[in-house]
Every structure is written in structure tokens, then in C-alpha cells.
Design a protein around this ligand. Structure first.
Ligand code: SAH
Length: 428
């Protein structure tokens, strides 16, 4: 988005390149784009997005030059650990992570069972410290456009499941492209997630046309269209989509089958692995707190399944009960459980990228900040046109429904600055 630093290409080895931000290097996927060493580019999610003229890049770099190292200092001080205050059990965890040793499942389970507020607050500090060590102060912000709330599925948790009697909408190709152009022109987003229910009104050809047109604007096209066929994902990769968000939802096969009839966990995992094999940058994860899947061990199993899929980004959020769904009366998840899960994921997979999801923001207005200080390093801003946003009712009381995009962007920029996070790409 607007809060983004251009990088300079310092080495090209097709299909990859190495880029530099004030001396920090990242690998990016270039495909066969024609660029040369010395060019200035934007990258998102480790993927080349667009070239920018040297004069423009130099101007932006000059603006950021003064604050770049300042931001780093703020982040370093916020993520510093006072070893004397760390209880012995957590100090042992930290030492193991510092030695780059993976923690055993039993060790992670002990952390998952922590409940004492003082211990939890140290746990978040440790996770934030590891995040800083692994990624410096790099953070990234993607936009999301929810383009259809039609869905042929009947997932028990979801407020846009087929059975819901809600007003439905579909954005036309032109509306989607216009919304994407606005996101890029007015707010300078570099990556856009295009999300919908499983809506076959959008044939492979229509989706491919949307992907081609949105990519042409100069952004990373990130698709989130659920359990469509492998061929659909292949065609959309060819059309130019380079990232996919597809959660497995729960690592428990029985829970999966109960809540997502008639599909199976094996089918979803097989699709996720295929999507990865095609070459997509992958974001995956689960819903936190589904019935039968909410014990500490179940949550850890979800983290470990996410890790085994080697995603580029973790995406998990709390179940928010949605009215008139079979899970409407479930009790809400506590923010502490979400923060603990973020911290646990960071400790289990230190180098991961972890997203603060909008479902978390629904729990607490201050949640984004807390999530970023518990080990997360990435965020999303909702860019769905206002008239449709309220209708994309996957759960109740969604955060930010009335906020104008300009306001959400400004709040996010202010938050990132206050935490000393830099808008450099998190890289591959
Ligand atoms: N149809 C697509 C996109 C679905 S919506 C797909 O299946 O991937 C995106 C995500 O919202 C889902 O993957 C699910 O994890 C989450 N979600 C749905 N209902 C929810 C609820 N009630 N609370 C929290 N998250 C929910």
C-alpha cells in the first residue's frame, strides 16, 4: 500500500532476483519479467509486482531514508527482552529457539497450556522478539476485495453458506477491476486478495479474465476462491495469479467432515498441496475454536499441520458465531487464546509470516496491535465496496464495516509507525 518502500534489483537469476532495501536483501519471484540490475521495483509476498521509474523511486526512498532506521530502532526497543523477568520454563523455550532447535510437540503443548496472565504476557514478548530476529521490522499489508457472497457449500460455521437467507451479490468483472484500480490508484496497494464463496457463476474463463485485468494494473493477484478444481487453479496461475489463500480449516478429519459436508480433509489438503506445487505463494491455516477442535492439543495440531504445508503465510482466526448457522450459539473465543495461538505459531515455526486476521479485530478494537506484538507480522485491509461489504456476512459484527478505506489505511499506517514496522516486503 501507500506505506511501501521500493527496492532495487541487485542480482537476477531467472525466475528469481535479489532485491535490496537500504542494505537488506530479499529473494523475489520475477517469472520472466524483463528488468535489469539497478531497476527499482515493488514486491509483495516475495513476488515482483511492478517496476517504478528511478526518479520516482529515489524520491520515495529519500522520504523513507530518515525514518527507516528510526523505525528499526523503535521496533528493536519494543521487542527487547529482559531475561531476568522470564520464568525458568519460558527461558528454556527461548534458549532452544535461539539455538535453532525445533521444539518437541510435548514442549509446545506445555506452552499451549499456559494460562497465567503474567506468563502469557512474557510468552507474547518472546514471540515478538523471535519475530523481530527472524524478519527485522518488515511487515506487509494486503487489500482484500470480497467479490461474491454466493456459495454452494454448507459449512456449518459460515454466514454465507448456501442455506442462509441473506441478500446475495456478485460483482461484475468491471466492478472488480474498478475496485482494484481504485485500491492501486488512490491507496497504492501492491497485493490484492480476491475472495468469494464457492460461486460457479464465475467460470474458469471469467475468473481468468478478472485475474488478467487485475494483474495488468500492477498488483500481486492473491486468490481465495475455496475448493475449486485443480485445473481452475492451474488456469488462474497461467492467467497471472501468483498467491492463493486456502485454509484447511481444521486438522481433525472427523470435525472437518462434520462441519463441511460432504467434503473431506484429505481432499482439501490434496488441493492445498497441489496449489503449492503449481507455484503459488501459499497462505493457509485454520479456524480457532471449532467444536471438537478447541482443546490445547487440537490447536497445536492445527499449527503443526500448517507448518507441515510449508506456507508462505499463516492465516488463522477465531470462530465468530454467525446467526442462523448451526454454530450460532457457540461461545466467543477469548482474545488471549488467539494471541497465545499467534505466539505458539511463531515459536513452533520461527521464520513464518503470520497474519492478523479481521476476525481477530472483531473480538477487540485493539487486537491488531496486540496481535502484532504477540508475533504476527502481516495484515489485511478490507477494500470491498461499501455497498457490498455488509453483505459479505461470513460472521456477525465484522470489524471496520463502516470505516472508509482511507480511514483504515491511515489507522494501519499509524499503527505500523507506532510499532516501528517498516513497509518492506517480507520476502520469500
Ligand atoms: N470460499 C472460500 C473463502 C471462504 S471465506 C474458501 O472456502 O476458502 C474465508 C474464510 O473465512 C474461510 O476459509 C473460513 O476460515 C473463515 N470463516 C468462515 N466463517 C467464519 C466464522 N463464522 N468465523 C470465523 N471465520 C470464518
Amino acid at each position: 500500500m501507500c506505506y511501501a518502500i521500493p527496492a532495487q534489483i541487485i542480482e537476477i537469476k531467472y525466475p528469481k532476483a535479489i532485491i535490496d532495501y537500504y542494505g537488506e536483501k530479499r529473494n523475489i519471484l520475477l517469472d520472466d519479467t524483463k528488468v535489469k540490475v539497478g531497476d527499482y521495483v515493488y514486491a509483495q509476498g516475495g513476488v515482483f509486482v511492478r517496476k517504478i521509474p528511478a526518479s520516482e523511486a529515489k524520491k520515495i526512498l529519500k522520504v523513507f531514508e530518515d525514518i527507516f532506521f528510526e523505525l528499526k530502532k523503535v521496533d528493536a526497543s519494543l521487542s527487547k527482552l529482559d531475561q531476568d523477568k522470564i520464568p525458568a520454563n519460558l527461558l528454556a523455550v527461548l534458549q532452544k529457539v535461539n539455538l535453532q532447535k525445533s521444539l518437541k510437540k510435548e514442549e509446545l503443548l506445555t506452552i499451549a497450556k499456559l494460562n497465567n496472565p503474567a506468563e502469557l504476557s512474557v510468552l507474547y514478548e518472546i514471540a515478538n522478539h523471535i519475530r523481530q530476529r527472524e524478519h527485522g521490522n518488515a511487515s506487509c499489508v494486503h487489500g482484500i476485495i470480497e467479490f461474491s457472497n454466493y456459495c454452494q457449500n454448507s459449512c456449518f460455521y459460515c454466514g454465507i453458506r448456501q442455506e442462509q437467507k441473506i441478500p446475495r451479490y456478485r460483482m461484475s468483472i468491471n466492478e472488480i477491476v474498478q475496485a482494484a484500480k481504485k485500491a492501486v490508484k488512490d491507496f497504492d496497494f501492491k497485493a490484492l486478495v480476491l475472495q468469494s464463496g464457492e460461486d460457479y457463476y464465475y467460470t474458469d474463463e471469467i475468473l481468468a479474465e478478472i485475474v488478467r485485468k487485475v494483474k495488468k494494473i500492477g498488483v500481486l493477484v492473491f486468490i481465495s476462491i475455496g475448493s475449486r478444481s485443480k485445473e481452475t487453479y492451474e488456469k488462474l496461475y497461467i492467467a497471472g495469479a501468483r498467491a492463493a489463500l486456502i485454509r484447511f480449516e481444521t486438522s481433525n478429519p472427523h470435525v472437518f467432515q462434520t462441519l463441511r459436508p460432504p467434503t473431506t480433509l484429505d481432499q482439501r489438503i490434496d488441493l492445498i498441496k497441489h496449489v503449492r506445487k503449481i507455484g503459488y505463494v501459499l497462505a493457509t491455516g485454520f479456524i480457532l475454536g471449532l467444536p471438537g477442535d478447541d482443546s490445547e492439543e487440537a490447536i497445536l495440531n492445527n499449527i503443526l499441520l500448517t507448518k507441515s504445508l510449508a506456507p508462505d503465510m499463516y492465516s488463522f482466526g477465531p470462530l465468530i458465531p454467525s446467526k442462523n448457522t448451526p454454530l450460532a450459539t457457540r461461545s466467543p473465543i477469548s482474545i488471549e487464546l488467539v494471541l497465545k495461538t499467534i505466539a505458539l505459531a511463531r515459536i513452533a515455526d520461527p521464520n513464518s509470516n503470520i497474519l492478523v486476521t479481521t476476525a481477530l479485530e472483531t473480538l477487540d478494537a485493539n487486537a491488531k496491535k496486540q496481535g502484532l506484538l504477540a508475533g504476527a507480522n502481516s495484515m489485511m485491509i478490507n477494500l470491498t465496496p461499501t455497498k457490498y461489504k455488509k453483505l459479505y456476512h461470513i460472521y456477525d459484527n465484522r470489524a471496520g464495516l463502516d470505516a472508509e478505506v482511507a480511514q483504515s489505511v491511515q489507522e494501519t499506517v499509524d499503527l505500523l509507525k507506532s510499532l516501528g514496522r517498516s513497509p518492506t516486503d517480507i520476502g520469500l
